[in-house]
Design a protein around this ligand. Structure first.
Ligand SMILES: Cc1cc2nc3c(=O)[nH]c(=O)nc-3n(C[C@H](O)[C@H](O)[C@H](O)COP(=O)(O)OP(=O)(O)OC[C@H]3O[C@@H](n4cnc5c(N)ncnc54)[C@H](O)[C@@H]3O)c2cc1C
Length: 399
């Protein structure tokens, strides 16, 4: 076995050092992350038997409702939430460990990912007791899937330009407008949408968030095929859609502040640097000759970079656990992470073409072909590179 292979296998086990740098937990609680890691690995070994290399390459966007149900049954979704709402009061560190393992294995977590990462947590914070009791246990069971309704035609980077609006009526709110580029729109049950509730206000005011059942009358959803051939996202139209009063999340007019808190959850996690991780695993599996300096050096560089990104991402998780909203830091992690994730497929392609002697094994080719087509989107989804750098510049004091 090559030394690089050995290194990678132990990469995640170096956490003794890394995780102790950040104090996530009350001092009296000690968390056995090694045994947690063993348990999630055991679950993945049996639950992923029939998952192909291509499906593993989708990483956290791979939609597989059966797999989500298995995860729900085994208690891996909504881990951090109170038991009352289907969770098990796990710490942010425990969730981080589980997420890392899921991503490293290429588990198809896309169906429940958004609900687990942000929608459920958002509901916990801003929803009525009825909404929390009705939806959160179903999310935790891996049965109810959410999507994010922020972007619209002509309102992506400039999110405050959204036109979708809600007007107050006696029975609740009537919503009209449309959302675009909504991940898994065609397969989700619910959306948390940012809409305008007061058109007379300045653009960052007068915005509110609603939780919307996508099966309601007046909603039309069309899938959009992306350049990988997948129907990853879609467009959603709302025509006179009536939602109940308690579907308003948080406070009317506070949507901009709420959405920014949600974006911090969306931008800082390990998925922002591990989207191409399967490629490293597949590449290492093909390495039989440790004397190939070019390949060994490349693997060493990737691992060094992963390690640094992981430290940064962990510090975000610690801040979020303390109740902070580290928007600037999250933008930095996402920007650096996306740059790494995007460069990896090109580095592997270059190494494979240098080695023109034999045809690459099919698993590696499948993962590589997919990531070469998918990776340009990594610096668009969740906020473009230029927008993130604007946030960073302002955070560093640019006037
Ligand atoms: C795979 C994928 C999944 C997505 N999933 C979702 C989802 O689930 N829900 C959702 O709401 N949205 C989703 N999006 C949409 C995503 O958030 C938007 O694509 C993104 O915010 C950019 O908006 P836009 O596409 O309108 O591009 P634009 O905002 O029109 O930007 C076009 C280009 O101009 C640059 N630009 C724009 N403004 C500035 C500026 N002020 N300074 C410098 N450069 C600028 C941008 O960086 C970009 O390069 C998804 C996108 C992708 C690719």
């Amino acid at each position: 076995m090559c030394v690089t292979n050995h290194l990678l296998q132990n990469f995640w086990l170096l956490e003794e050092f890394s995780l102790s740098t950040f104090d996530f937990t009350p001092p009296q609680t000690s968390i056995d992350t090694a045994s947690l890691r063993r348990r999630i690995r055991q679950f993945l070994t049996s639950a992923m038997e029939d998952i192909s290399p291509r499906e593993r390459a989708y990483s956290w966007t791979g939609y597989n409702a059966n797999f989500s149900e298995k995860m729900g049954k085994d208690g891996w979704i909504g881990m951090q939430w109170p038991e009352l709402y289907g969770g098990r009061n796990a710490s942010p560190l425990e969730r981080y460990v589980v997420i890392e393992e899921l991503l490293a294995a290429g588990a198809p977590v896309g169906a429940h990912w958004i609900a687990d990462r942000q929608s459920g947590t958002h509901l916990l914070r801003y929803a009525s007791d009825r909404i929390k009791s009705e939806y959160m246990p179903k999310i935790a069971a891996g049965e109810l899937f959410f999507c994010i309704g922020m972007s619209e035609p002509n309102a992506g980077s400039d999110l405050a330009a959204i036109h979708t609006h809600a007007r107050k009526v006696d029975e609740g709110w009537i919503i009209n407008g449309s959302k675009l580029w909504t991940t898994h729109a065609v397969r989700s049950h619910m959306m948390i949408a940012l809409v305008r509730t007061d058109r007379s206000e300045q653009r960052h005011n007068g915005l509110s968030q609603f939780v919307i059942d996508l099966s309601l009358p007046g909603i039309t959803i069309n899938g959009i095929t992306d350049q990988t051939g997948e129907v990853h996202f879609g467009e959603v139209f709302f025509e006179e859609v009536l939602v109940a009063n308690d579907c308003l999340l948080g406070t009317e007019g506070q949507g901009w502040q709420q959405v920014n808190a949600e974006l911090a959850l969306e931008r800082s996690g390990p998925e922002r640097y591990l989207s191409s991780y399967r490629l490293i695993e597949e590449f290492i599996d093909t390495q039989t000759d440790c004397s190939d300096d070019l390949n060994t050096d490349a693997i060493g560089e990737w691992i060094a970079e992963l390690w640094t990104l992981r430290q940064m991402s962990l510090s975000m998780a610690a801040q979020i656990a303390e109740g902070k909203e580290p928007a600037l830091e999250a933008a930095i992690v996402k920007d650096l992470g996306a740059t790494f994730e995007q460069s990896l497929p090109h580095s592997v392609a270059a190494l494979m073409s240098d080695d023109g002697q034999h045809t690459p094994p099919s698993a590696l080719s499948e993962v590589l072909d997919y990531l070469l087509l998918a990776s340009p989107s990594f610096s668009l989804r969740g906020g473009t590179r230029e927008i993130l750098r604007g946030i960073i510049a302002r955070g560093l004091g640019l006037r």
